[in-house]
Design a protein around this ligand. Structure first.
Ligand code: NAI
Length: 291
């Protein structure tokens, strides 16, 4: 099989001025993609803005002989999302790939969580991904081609102390991807989710010395595959980190069914809990109807 390339493809990568997004942008550009490097350039908590983050990555890509254009809008408003996609359309005339990657953190436990800190996480991660994907999806539908990637987290999939806002947004992205995949299927638009674990400015303190094994470059080839033309997968979630790549899935077990015509009482639920909670024989439903 030949090399995987992105010649002729235009990729929008949000939050591409640092960390994972920067690595994705450089990799796709090195393999022929024209890239919109979006980044607001703020701090890890979302405060501030600075055009240098996106400009630096664009300069790196151009310096290596690739094609890229910067965009400094926040993903967190509908106008910002439109403008990011318009940068692709005005500069390169199309959009084939969207990698929803921009993100921030505002960790505090539930009793201490302010509504501002909850809202901004939903705005940047969840609404931001919708605001960028919606205008891109319209173009992809017309072109009958698209690859969309969303970024979740182990904190969202499995929970993490102090990250109620982040986890809620990150699990929301799984739902958004499922519907993108279902609605996009007949237009050759595929949508998947990556759950990365990598050393970036978001995780630096947490990882300490162990961080050397968690370079963002380990995540990038999995992401690059999922947004490639030959990727057949859609509606999937993959873990990636430190050289390990694995599927994560939402399954449904057969459970227990009440006897015909009988509405069970609470004791019948208690008495059948073993079967109700068993994971044996699970399936992975393709959509809500199938479930
Ligand atoms: P990072 O902080 O290095 O990069 C995130 C980038 O997003 C920054 O350059 C930031 O300026 C940009 N950004 C933030 N808000 C924005 C906005 N409103 N509009 C446009 N750009 C904005 O962090 P990292 O680690 O590379 O994170 C990338 C994604 O991966 C995030 O969604 C994060 O939640 C997710 N993630 C990262 C993990 C890790 O281990 N590093 C673990 C799980 C998920």
């Amino acid at each position: 099989m030949g090399d995987i390339r992105y010649d002729g493809r235009v990729a929008v990568i949000t939050g591409a001025g640092n960390g994972l997004g920067r690595s994705y942008a450089r990799y796709l550009a090195a393999r022929g993609a024209r890239v919109v490097v979006n980044d607001l350039g703020g701090g890890t908590d979302g405060e501030g803005n600075d055009s240098r983050a996106a400009d630096t990555v664009v300069a790196e890509i151009r310096g290596a002989g690739g094609e890229a254009v910067p965009n400094y809008d926040s993903v967190a408003t509908a106008e910002g999302g439109e403008s990011i996609v318009n940068t692709a359309l005005e500069t390169y005339g199309r959009v084939d790939i969207v990698i929803n990657n921009a993100g921030i953190l505002r960790d505090t436990s539930i009793p201490k969580m302010s509504s501002d800190n909850f809202d901004i996480l939903i705005d940047v991660h969840l609404k931001g991904a919708f605001y960028v994907t919606q205008p891109a999806f319209r173009v992809m539908k017309q072109n009958a081609y698209g690859r969309v990637l969303y970024t979740t987290s182990a904190a969202g999939l499995f929970g993490n102390f102090g990250q109620a806002n982040y986890a809620a947004a990150k699990m929301g992205l799984v739902g958004l991807s499922s519907v993108t995949a279902i609605e996009g299927a007949k237009y050759n638009i595929r949508s998947n989710v990556i759950a990365p674990i990598a050393r970036t400015r978001l995780t630096e303190e947490l990882m300490g010395a162990m961080g050397d094994a968690f370079a963002p470059e380990f995540i990038t080839p999995m992401v690059a595959y999922l947004v490639s033309e030959e990727c057949e997968y859609s509606h999937e979630i993959f873990n990636a980190g430190a050289g390990r790549y694995a599927r994560v899935f939402v399954g449904s077990a057969p459970g227990w069914t009440a006897p015909d015509g009988e509405t069970p009482d609470v004791e019948m639920i208690r008495d059948n809990l073993e079967r109700i909670s068993s994971t044996e024989g699970f399936t992975i439903p393709a959509n809500a109807m199938e479930a």
